[in-house]
Design a protein around this ligand. Structure first.
Ligand code: NAD
Length: 260
C-alpha cells in the first residue's frame, strides 16, 4: 500500500502513536504535517522525517481545541502543498479519577481535546477534500470506544463519541468521495500510558506491576502490549484503501482484549 502524492495531517504527531503514523506515512510516500501543541517536538519529528525523505514533513503548531489555530494550521498545509488528502485526528490525553472526584474542568478539557479536536480538524479539512472529490479521515479511538473501565469516564465517553461522529461524516462525505474510519488500539506503551501506571496503582491500591499485568493486559490473548508500529500499519491501511467500501468502520487492534 502506498500514499505517493498524498498530503496528510496527523495531529498529536510529536509523540507516541501519531509520530509512528507520520513516519509510516512518509515511508509510504506521503507528505506529512506534524500538527501538535508542542511545536519544538513537532519540528524535531519533522526534521527526523526530512532526514530520510527530504521535503516530506512540516511542523505545524496547533491546539486542536482552538478553532482559529486548527484553521490556520490546515491553511498553512494547503498553502505549502496544495491540499489535504488524509487527516488523522490523533491528539489526545488521559485523566483518570472516579466520577465523584473528577473535576468538571478536567471533564471539559478531555471532551474538548478528543471530540472538539476531531470535529474542528474534520470541519477544516473537509472543504479541501470535497474540492478534490476524495479524502480519508481517521479518528484515533480506543478499545475504550467499545468498552468501559473504572476511572475513565471522560475518556470512555469521548472515545465512544468518536464512533458517532465518524459515522455521520462517513454518510455526509461518502457521496463526495471522503471515507471516515476509527482505529481502536488496546494499550500501547507511550508517554500517555506510562503516566497512567503510577496513577492507577495509587487509585486502585495495587502495585504498578499488577496495573500492567492485570488492568492493562489481563484481558489480552497473550499479555502483550499493542505497539505504535501496529497502529501505524492499520492507519496506513485505512488511508490507502481505494474505495468507499471501507467507511464508517472501526477496527480494534488490541491483542484480543476487545473482540467487538
Ligand atoms: P502521547 O502522549 O504519546 O501523544 C499525544 C500527543 O498529543 C502529544 O504529542 C501531545 O503534545 C499532543 N496533544 C495533546 N493535547 C493536544 C492538543 N490540545 N492539541 C494538539 N496536540 C495535543 O499519546 P499516545 O498514546 O500516542 O496517544 C495518541 C492517541 O492515541 C490519543 O488520542 C489516545 O487517546 C489514543 N490511544 C492511545 C492508547 C495508548 O495505549 N497509548 C490506546 C488507545 C488510544
Amino acid at each position: 500500500m502506498n500514499l505517493d502524492t498524498k498530503i496528510a495531517i496527523v495531529t498529536g504527531a510529536a509523540s507516541g502513536i501519531g509520530l509512528a503514523i507520520a513516519k509510516r506515512y512518509a515511508d509510504a510516500g506521503a507528505k506529512v504535517a506534524i500538527a501538535d501543541l508542542k511545536l519544538e517536538a513537532a519540528q524535531a519529528a519533522a526534521d527526523a522525517i526530512n532526514a530520510n525523505h527530504p521535503g516530506a514533513a512540516m511542523a505545524v503548531a496547533m491546539d486542536v481545541t482552538d478553532e482559529s489555530q486548527v484553521n490556520a494550521g490546515v491553511e498553512a498545509v494547503v498553502a505549502r502543498w496544495g491540499g489535504v488528502d488524509v487527516l488523522v485526528s490523533n491528539a489526545g490525553i488521559q485523566i483518570v479519577n472516579p466520577v465523584e472526584a473528577f473535576a468538571f474542568s478536567d471533564w471539559k478539557k478531555m471532551l474538548a481535546i478528543h471530540l472538539d479536536g476531531a470535529f474542528l480538524t474534520s470541519k477544516a479539512v473537509l472543504p479541501h477534500m470535497y474540492a478534490k472529490g476524495s479524502g480519508a479521515i481517521l479518528f484515533m479511538g480506543s478499545v475504550h470506544s467499545k468498552e468501559a473501565s473504572p476511572l475513565k469516564s471522560a475518556y470512555v465517553t469521548a472515545k465512544h463519541g468518536l464512533l458517532g461522529l465518524a459515522r455521520v461524516i462517513a454518510k455526509e462525505g461518502g457521496p463526495k468521495g471522503v471515507r471516515t474510519n476509527v482505529i481502536c488500539p488496546g494499550f500501547v506503551r507511550t508517554p500517555l500510558v506510562d503516566k497512567q501506571i503510577p496513577e492507577q496503582s495509587k487509585e486502585l491500591g495495587i502495585s504498578e506491576e499488577e496495573v500492567v499485568k492485570k488492568v492493562m493486559l489481563g484481558q489480552t490473548v497473550d499479555g502483550e502490549f499493542t505497539t505504535v508500529d501496529d497502529i501505524a500499519e492499520v492507519a496506513l491501511f485505512f488511508a490507502a484503501f481505494k474505495s468507499n467500501a471501507l467507511t464508517g468502520q472501526s477496527l480494534t487492534a488490541s491483542h484480543g482484549w476487545s473482540m467487538t
